[in-house]
Design a protein around this ligand. Structure first.
Ligand code: ARG
Length: 465
């Protein structure tokens, strides 16, 4: 009698449970193209080294081509009982060309095979993400150039701090995504080694040429230690770590969009393409895409964490635990890719509300620092004293409910007799941002120059990619 605990679909007992826990074809079929590429490189090498006869090699290569087109046309039947993509392809090859198919697995194991397939997938995907990040930088740099002189409040603690420019804010993200791109590029350099030929864990007694297969698959070189090779998933972890940091940047921007597009802020208008209406409240325009980008970040960091935890207790070399690497990695990198695409779209469509931003820039006594700096520069008083004088003038403005540039000169002079008419030149938000000309500062001229320089650099890098 079947154990009642198995229940439902496991009614047939242990074999069904084992198949369910062991099977990976539902997700690792995503690696079909990499698996076939890897097998073809391996087959060519076996022939070149005299390990497999040329006519057998030809049959194997042709059979693999047939399988590739069967999978791509949807004619291929993936079988759960064959467990994974490697066995599914190999079994079909045997159906197509007979026992010769068995020669393909000479000097190879599923351990180095899966490491190769998976690394190829991660490398291809990282290349795609790098292109997307570059496009995202371009979108931000274009916005920065278009709105280099648009004044807005800069915040610390989400309290109005000092006026900045919208372009400057956009360029902050160009910097962040530039660092993300370079993190992916660094990870790519380290993952660019070919696992094929490490075999199960110890290497092989066959006279294989690992340099040949590495070159055929576009890797810089073969990996150097067979034990490390079949047990290493650093390439996936590193890509996911870079993805997590990039997602964190996307999430921070998404959060800003949610705040900025609210009725209370109205700093920007998001396009219809990335928002939704409410079914009950006609006035609403919900920033759904931004919210989902923010949420994907949780999922991305979660996926990275999951694989870190899977890996941390594993003795060398390959352990079946490592089969759990794929779903997380696929999901993390695909989620990031989608989040980047959505963000690039939102940025391109984004319209800053210039008048609202300008008004908000002047609220909260945002030019108080300019006043203090003026007292230091023009009257020569120490900054700490200037800070105190400014505080008293801010108190007058607060008491009257006016902005700093509206406080009458006589009232300022009652706080410090040396203050002259000239002070008003620094109390306006436009003059404030214009004065921030230090390297990396928010002055519109700086922002314009930096936006242009980024655009030129990104165009060069896009041409090279
Ligand atoms: N499906 C397996 C995985 O993803 C392939 C490697 C299996 N190797 C083994 N010795 N059972 O890890």
């Amino acid at each position: 009698m079947a154990n009642r605990m198995w229940g439902g679909r496991f009614a047939t007992g242990p074999a069904a449970v084992m198949e369910e826990i062991n099977v990976s074809i539902e997700f690792d079929k995503k690696l079909y193209a990499q698996d076939i590429r890897g097998s073809q490189a391996h087959a060519r090498m076996l022939v070149a080294r005299g390990i497999v006869a040329p006519e057998d090699g030809d049959k194997i290569l042709a059979g693999l081509d047939t399988i590739l087109s069967e999978i791509e046309s949807g004619a291929f039947t993936f079988k759960r009982e064959l467990e994974d993509i490697h066995m599914n392809v190999e079994a079909r090859l045997a159906e197509l060309i007979g026992p010769t198919a068995g020669r393909l697995h000479t000097a190879r194991s599923r351990n180095d095979q899966v490491a190769t397939d998976f690394r190829l997938w991660v490398r291809d995907t990282v290349d795609h993400i790098a292109t997307q990040l570059l496009d995202l930088q371009l979108a931000f740099a274009e916005k920065a150039k278009a709105h280099a002189g648009v004044v807005m409040p800069g915040f610390t603690h989400l309290q109005t701090a000092q006026p900045v420019t919208f372009g400057h804010h956009m360029l902050a993200y160009v910097e962040m995504f530039g660092r993300d791109r370079s993190r992916f590029a660094d990870a790519r350099v380290r993952m660019d080694e070919c696992p094929l030929g490490a075999a199960a864990l110890a290497g092989t007694s066959f006279p294989i040429d690992r340099h040949m297969t590495a070159a055929a698959l576009g890797f810089a070189r073969p990996t150097a230690n067979s034990l490390d090779t079949v047990s290493d998933r650093d390439f996936a972890l590193e890509a996911m770590a870079a993805a997590s940091i990039a997602a964190t940047h996307l999430s921070r921007f998404a959060e800003e969009l949610v705040i900025w597009s609210s009725a209370q802020f109205q700093f920007v208008k998001l396009s219809d393409a990335f928002t939704s209406g409410s079914s009950i409240m006609p006035q609403k325009r919900n920033p759904d895409a931004a919210e989902l980008v923010r949420a994907k970040t949780g999922r991305i960091i979660g996926g990275m964490t999951a694989l870190m935890v899977v890996m941390k207790g594993l003795p060398l070399a390959y352990q079946k635990d490592m089969q759990e690497d794929k779903e997380q990695t696929f999901d993390v990198l695909e989620s990031l890719s989608l989040a980047i695409a959505a963000t690039a779209g939102m940025v391109r469509d984004l319209e800053p509300n210039v008048a609202v931003l300008r008004k908000a820039a002047g609220s909260g006594y945002s030019t108080a620092t300019d006043l203090a700096d003026w007292l230091v520069r023009v009257l020569g008083i120490p900054f700490r004293d200037a800070h105190h004088v400014t505080g008293r003038i801010v108190a007058i403005a607060a008491e009257r409910g006016i902005t700093l540039d509206k406080v009458p000169l006589a009232d300022m002079q009652s706080v410090h007799a040396g203050i002259t008419e000239a002070v008003f030149e620094v109390l306006g938000v436009v003059n404030s941002v214009r004065s921030r000309t230090s390297y990396g500062g928010t002055a519109p001229a700086n922002v314009s120059r930096q936006a242009r320089s980024w655009l030129a650099r990104l165009a060069r890098e896009a041409a090279r990619a």
